[in-house]
Design a protein around this ligand. Structure first.
Ligand code: KIV
Length: 272
């Protein structure tokens, strides 16, 4: 296993004015492929809940789920740094709880940084984690762990009050010491203004081209999402169709006796 890369690649690319490429992965084989494709950073998102575990939201995802999947991703990601999402209620109850959860996520998986959702309200937690040497990526705009109050996938900061609040959240996250922040579902102009303001890298998803980098959910960009393609997703392949067709051909081969053939079988000598 090669040594993991440093999440400082985000700051280096940001300082050089180069766009940062982040993608999610949830298991060993897809982490290996993302590494081989040359992405800068892999995110083990708690979107794991929706994408891989078949849940309706990220809320039931546990710290144990994140640890298990992040460890698998780190093993596959080789030198590509990995950021692990802190799941719902692993950091919200108290700063102490956040420190213990983040400590487990890093120590038990080999991930390079944690990501957590929220702005002004969570800034003291980000400050404490940073002070303890735990690299933090923030997440403002639409925050899926607040689905019960924000609703499902709603663009944030559309009116003046919302835009001001979002800007204040982004500032608070940057001032608390986050090395970068995800901006999710934010109008393009506002995301560009936040990016110009905060002095750390912004990584957009549904936040337009004015961010310092972009992140997409791997299964969405591969065409394995199962549902409709969301406006902010660009689908680069139809891997779901490739898998369906391959498994259907395998099923037909088994049913019609074409598989296994002699080339997939072992010759031997029968006992007397
Ligand atoms: O959980 C996740 O995949 C995320 C990305 C959408 C940024 O937080």
């Amino acid at each position: 296993m090669s040594a993991p890369g440093s999440v400082r690649v985000i700051q280096r690319r940001y300082a050089a004015g180069e766009r940062i490429v982040m993608v999610t992965a949830y298991d060993h084989p897809t982490a290996r492929l993302a590494h081989e494709a040359g992405v800068d950073v892999i995110l083990v998102g708690d979107s794991l809940g929706n994408v891989v575990l078949g849940l309706d939201s990220t809320l039931p995802v546990t710290l144990e789920d994140m640890i298990r999947h992040t460890a698998a991703v780190v093993r596959g990601a080789a030198a590509t740094p990995v950021v692990a999402d802190m799941p719902f209620m692993s950091y919200q109850p108290s700063v102490e709880r956040a420190v213990l959860s983040a400590g487990r996520l890093l120590a038990e998986t080999g991930a390079q940084a944690v990501k957590l959702e929220g702005g002004v309200a969570i800034a003291p937690t980000i400050a404490r984690l940073t002070e303890l040497g735990i690299p933090v990526v923030g997440h403002v705009g639409y925050t899926p762990q607040s689905v019960l109050t924000l609703g499902q996938g709603r663009v944030q900061g559309r009116d003046e009050i919302g835009a001001r609040r979002l800007m204040a959240d982004a500032r608070a996250v940057a001032e608390a010491g986050a090395l970068a922040m995800v901006l999710e579902l934010v109008p393009s102009d506002l995301a560009a203004a936040v990016t110009a303001e905060v002095g750390v890298a912004t990584i957009g998803i549904g936040a337009g081209p004015g961010c310092s980098g972009q992140v997409l959910v791997l299964h969405d960009l591969l065409g394995m999402g199962g549902g409709r393609t969301l406006r902010f997703v660009k689908q680069y392949a139809s891997v779901g169709e490739v898998i369906r067709e391959a498994v259907a051909r395998y099923a037909a081969d088994v049913r019609e006796g074409r598989f296994p053939g002699p080339e997939h079988s072992f010759p031997g000598t029968l006992p007397d």
